[in-house]
Design a protein around this ligand. Structure first.
Ligand code: ADP
Ligand code: MG
Length: 715
């Protein structure tokens, strides 16, 4: 007799799965019985009770159950068609309608009993358009499909909810018990699940009580007794994901502490003093405090791993230059990586101006530009030439490529870190022997996201803007106000100021339509004649970008028409107007970044948001938030709540783990919970409330590799 299927058994071991069905499941990423358990329902339907058709109200989303009393297709002369099924549940009749799907006729027959779920369109007659339906069939698995909360799964063509339910049921019965606690030493089952707001039907403000065991969670995820059980189960599984992440993060940290000896890079002030003296302005209080933190870390025994958070314009670059100075004074090289060629060019200039007075060489290394000599170029490990000065290399991700090598790398600085993933960061770090690391974010990151993306970093915060800024006013203007806007910009240019005009392509702000930018530039040039108007977009050759930026910086262009390539980092203090067209297409954090390009000098500045013609009321509401809110951290939180992490970390979500159950927007407190429990455990400080004790001090079990182990051990 065959042993019952286990988590790793192929799905073909289940009743009802042959090769065809296995192929369909494969399209959903389901190969094994265990995969089925982790295929989460996208929603649940309350089939304990059906609405009687007579009581339906327009607009309500309901489930009904009835017999088909008539059905058929109406074809119109226009070529359109509507297929209708008339359901009767004994109280009244409901017309279910599907537009232009005449072939559905084959799937229904008069006399059949079906369930329909959807939104009531009208009540005279009672109609429902494109409902989800399911046949009620007498049979052994009826208890799965009615009289309960029923899971509704993501499907693929050719699979039905009934089939899916039957399979997950078999999977739960066969092997939910084979998933013991992944980290018994953490006693996750003793944790209280915090109350958190969820979207829509899962908005459960109440505390959810104790965390279920994992095996119970896997059952309740698919077949909950109450809706709250399903949410409890999801959170338990999300918590496991956060815990795995925290273990990885904290393990990294520990390895660093155990293995690495930090290079002494705190410097001796011999260049720092004259540099700060010649700056022409003092450091802000926040810059001074952060630099003290950095100096402490650069002189510490563990390599620095630090995130510098600061709002747009808070002066992060100056902090970076000072950190570089400390390292250079100590005789080590510095690598600075930026996400775009424009930013790399700008940083190169800043570093050159700051460092060349001390004879410190600054090199550039991007895809299109490479200095002929770089500090102590390959071969790595060759003896250091006597008298060679330590230097700085500024570059783009080209620094990560094999073409770049350097010795005595003391400090790696990454600007706009969120554009790079953890893996890229590590590849640059590995070009040295445990160099120090300073990463800077342009976009303030909400704490939840920060702990997830940067959990292994210490954080320094610049919470103060340099003085003497005249401020930025933000305006929301409709397109018909544009003539006055152009007049205003002409005035600004006449008085010696400059303007940015940013237009995303209508539709997708991330993809650039060169033709559209070019046309836009012509239009803007007409409006602003006789001022010179330049253009900047991502597909231009690097040298052209650089020369346009130079012309703008030097004041030879009155305005710059650009796609969002100017979003981060560009620093031209004479620019006082930022006009953003189709502003509703951008996220709040992005708009805040764009706005941060002005207001960098002594002149009052203006950010003018012009939403596109089709902007929704919701989008306008979002833009209004920006008009009043100045604080980037508050905006980042708002943006995150509204649009999720995508806009903050980039479309490809660099470095963001691939969560199945966790949702960073909803699970903020779970992130914290996971972090503190893992931390306390590693520190040996957590004692469970009951009598079971954790083996403190012995090889902590969670530091061992565990992929696959818990399955193998239990089956
Ligand atoms: P961000 O934090 O957005 O990267 P930047 O480093 O580009 O900001 O700095 C914004 C502007 O503020 C720059 O023009 C810079 O020269 C100026 N700045 C930085 N620190 C100070 C300071 N302590 N006092 C006056 N201006 C400063
Ligand atoms: Mg910057």
């Amino acid at each position: 007799m065959d042993a019952p299927p286990g988590p790793d058994s192929p799905v073909t071991r289940l009743r009802g799965v042959g090769l065809d069905r296995a192929a369909l499941l494969g399209r959903l990423g389901i190969q094994t019985v265990g995969d089925l358990l982790f295929h989460a329902p996208r929603r649940y339907e309350d089939r304990r009770r059906f609405e009687s058709i007579r009581n339906l109200e327009t607009g309500a989303s309901v489930s009904v159950r009835g017999k088909i009393v008539a059905q058929g297709v109406n074809r119109f002369r226009s070529g359109k068609s509507v297929f209708q099924v008339v359901l009767d549940d004994g109280t009244a009749r409901l017309h279910c309608r599907w537009w232009n799907l005449p072939f559905l006729e084959r799937h229904f027959a008069v006399g059949e009993e079906i369930l329909a779920f959807g939104r009531v369109q009208s009540i005279r007659p009672r109609t429902m358009d494109h409902p989800e339906t399911e046949k009620v069939e007498a049979g052994d698995e009826e208890f799965l499909n009615i009289n309960r909360w029923v899971p509704m799964y993501p499907l693929t063509e050719g699979l039905t909810q009934r089939v899916m339910r039957s399979l997950t049921w078999q999977a739960v019965e066969a092997c939910a018990h084979a998933y013991p606690e992944p980290h018994p030493e953490l006693h996750v089952e003793t944790m209280e699940l915090p109350a958190e707001d969820g979207p829509g039907e899962l908005r459960l403000g109440m505390a959810l009580g104790r965390c279920p065991l994992r095996r119970d969670a896997l059952r309740a995820l698919h077949f909950p007794a109450e809706l709250a059980d399903a949410e409890r189960a999801r959170r338990r599984l999300a918590l496991d994901e956060f815990i795995d992440l925290q273990i990885a993060i904290q393990r990294r940290r520990r390895n660093l502490e155990l293995r690495a000896r930090a290079l002494p890079c705190a410097g001796d002030n011999r260049w720092m003093r004259p540099f700060l003296g010649g700056l022409g302005h003092p450091l802000t209080g926040a810059q001074t405090r952060v630099l003290r933190e950095i100096r402490g870390a650069l002189g510490g025994s563990v390599p620095m791993r630090r995130l510098l958070q600061g709002d747009v314009g808070s002066g992060k670059t100056l902090v970076a230059v000072c950190a570089a100075l400390m390292t250079l004074e100590s005789g080590f090289n510095v690598a600075v990586m930026a996400p775009t060629e424009i930013l790399a060019g700008q940083l190169e200039r800043v570093f050159r101006r700051a460092l060349e007075p001390f004879g410190v060489p600054v090199y550039i290394h991007t895809g299109s530009r490479k200095s002929s000599r770089e500090p102590e170029l390959i071969p790595t490990g060759a003896p250091r030439a006597a008298g060679t000065r330590p230097g700085v290399v500024v570059g783009t991700h080209a620094l990560i490529e094999p073409g770049f090598e350097t010795t005595r790398l003391g400090l790696v600085i990454i600007d706009e870190q969120h554009k790079f993933g953890v893996a890229q960061r590590d590849r640059l770090l590995r070009k040295g022997h445990y160099p120090h690391l300073l990463v800077m974010t342009a976009t303030p990151i909400p704490r939840t996201l920060g702990l997830t993306l940067y959990g292994d970093l210490d954080v320094s915060v610049l919470d103060e803007l340099p003085p003497g800024r005249a401020g930025i006013r933000t305006h929301l203007r409709r397109m018909d106000a544009l003539p006055r806007v152009w007049e205003f910009i002409r005035e600004q240019i006449r008085s010696g100021r400059q303007a940015y005009v940013v237009y995303p392509k209508v539709g997708d702000p991330e993809s650039e339509d060169v033709g559209a930018v070019t046309r836009e530039r012509e239009r803007v040039a007409r409006e602003l004649a006789p001022s010179a108007v330049g253009m900047l977009h991502g597909r231009m050759p690097a040298a052209d970008k650089e020369s346009v930026m130079a012309a703008f910086r030097e004041g030879n262009l009155g305005a710059l028409v650009a796609t969002s390539v100017v979003e981060v980092g560009v620093d031209v203090p004479n620019a006082t107007v930022m006009l953003i067209g189709n502003a509703d297409q951008f996220g709040l954090a992005q708009l805040h970044q764009l706005r941060g390009r002005v207001g960098r000098g002594p002149h009052p500045s203006h950010c003018i948001l012009v939403p596109g013609p089709d902007a929704s009321e919701e989008a306008l509401e979002r833009l209004r938030i920006l008009v009043t809110a100045k604080d980037g951290f508050a905006l980042a939180e708002a943006d995150f709540a509204l649009r999720g992490p995508g806009d903050l970390v980039g479309r490809d979500q660099s470095g963001l783990p691939d969560f199945r159950f966790a949702d960073l927007r909803r699970d903020r407190r779970l992130v914290e919970l996971a972090r503190s429990r893992v931390r306390e455990h590693l520190a040996g400080s957590w004692v469970p409330s009951d009598s079971r004790t954790i083996p403190i001090g012995r090889n902590p079990p969670i530091l061992q590799s565990r992929a696959g182990e818990d399955r193998a051990g239990a089956v």
